[in-house]
Write a protein that binds this ligand. Structure first.
Ligand SMILES: [Zn+2]
Length: 397
């Protein structure tokens, strides 16, 4: 279902996309306490807390609490409402104590004048794939992925929209940060890559392309047949001098097909979020070439309210990121991962660069992963960004 964007954006959604936030994990909310999390967020100078409600497989060291947390693929931090979902539904892996802490945070954000943003990893769910292998991303030679769902299929789009509906009904977020909402690629699988002779960059792009039944239809609409992908993999793997000229036009056609596929997914999630009064902000962490082949660029993202882009203080949004969003300008949040190398000078220059590149907000990653002694670094980043953004035009609230 595709619907033209309305010209008039409700004030709250427009305001949310310009609100800087800090990411936080549920375990930290439980251990720190909801009110204290809000106090820390205020200390960082942000206007929102973006809390993880659904995550990918991970292991996380939380230094302020000296504790170690794990999650499985498709980890849910709330009890899914079975009545909300169609054929695909997430597993019931909720930890009741963590869920209760998240509800306390939801209430605390209102008391502290902060916005509650819901951070969801959408298309990674080993449990759903195990029950519905036909919904999985599939390699060019027909092997289903162990945990990634393909966004070209109608069932998966419904599942993604249902997740948004369910999260909105439970937590009433002002905005959803949506991670893993595009087609698979090498970095998005969150898997350990087992290789001895490193796989070439071009080949990584090709071998991670989904060729499931839905994708075959999508790709055929842009003149790409399954045999084309197989031939390109063979040509690139051979490393011959003619590989590049052959794959370039093919990758361009694939990128257009992927953008069309992501557009269909984003449309459904946006409609679900807007019906609940929330904005959506897909997150893009891949480099430009990878993002294009995931469909996370241009018209693929055009129906979203904003986009979050992985940024670096030394490189800002990067030339690649600007290329990704240039075809469909929209508000951009720079997602900044704290680094031990940050100094006030680096922060000043980086913040000014981000603001001048048009970033409307910063999302600081991650309150739960930094020690108490490093919170000042995050706060400095946020304040310098506000100052720089004020000089350059966009003004986060
Ligand atoms: Zn597919």
């Amino acid at each position: 279902m595709s619907r033209p964007r309305t010209a008039e954006v409700p004030t709250d959604r427009a305001r949310q996309v310009g609100t800087s936030a800090v990411y936080v994990f549920p375990e930290d909310v439980l251990l720190t306490g909801a009110d204290r999390i809000c106090e820390l967020a205020h200390g960082l100078g942000v206007g929102a807390v973006s809390v993880c409600l659904r995550y990918h497989a991970s292991r996380r060291w939380l230094p302020r609490h000296r504790t170690f947390a794990h999650s499985l693929s498709g980890a849910m931090y709330w009890q899914a409402d079975a009545g909300t979902y169609g054929a695909l539904r997430p597993g019931q892996v909720v930890d009741e104590a963590l869920e209760a802490a998240l509800h306390r945070l939801r209430q605390a954000t209102d008391r502290h004048g902060l916005a509650f943003h819901a951070w969801l990893v959408v298309l990674q769910d080993a449990g759903v794939v195990a029950s519905h292998p036909g919904a999985a991303a599939t390699t060019f030679d027909g092997r289903p992925h162990a945990e990634l769902l393909c966004p070209a299929g109608g069932r998966v789009r419904r599942f993604a929209a249902d997740l948004v509906r369910d999260a909105c009904a439970r937590f009433a977020p002002r905005l959803l940060d949506l991670e893993a909402v595009a087609f698979p690629s090498w970095p998005q699988s969150y898997s350990v890559a087992v290789e001895i002779d490193a796989v070439r960059r071009e080949l990584r792009h090709l071998i991670t392309q989904c060729a499931c039944a839905s994708c075959r239809v999508l790709l055929a609409g842009h003149g790409v047949e399954p045999g084309d992908l197989r031939d390109a993999v063979d040509a690139t793997a051979s490393g011959g001098p003619d590989a590049g000229p052959e794959t370039g036009p093919l990758l361009d056609r694939i990128a257009l097909a992927r953008a069309e596929g992501v557009r269909g997914l984003i449309d459904e999630m946006r409609d679900a979020a807007h019906a609940a009064g929330a904005a959506i902000r897909p997150l893009v962490f891949a480099d430009a070439a990878g993002a294009r082949l995931q469909g996370a660029w241009g018209r693929g993202l055009a129906a979203a309210d904003a986009v979050g882009i992985g940024a670096d203080l030394s490189d800002g949004l990067g030339a690649g990121a600007r290329e990704v969003i240039a075809p469909s300008p929209m508000p951009v949040a720079a997602s900044l991962t704290w680094s031990p190398g940050w100094t006030p000078d680096v922060i000043d220059a980086g913040a000014a660069a981000l603001a001048s590149q048009g970033a409307h907000a910063v999302s600081l990653y991650n309150l739960s992963l930094v020690s108490s002694g490093r919170l000042e670094d995050l706060a400095l980043m946020a304040s310098r960004f506000r100052s720089a953004a004020g000089r350059c035009g966009p003004s986060p609230t």
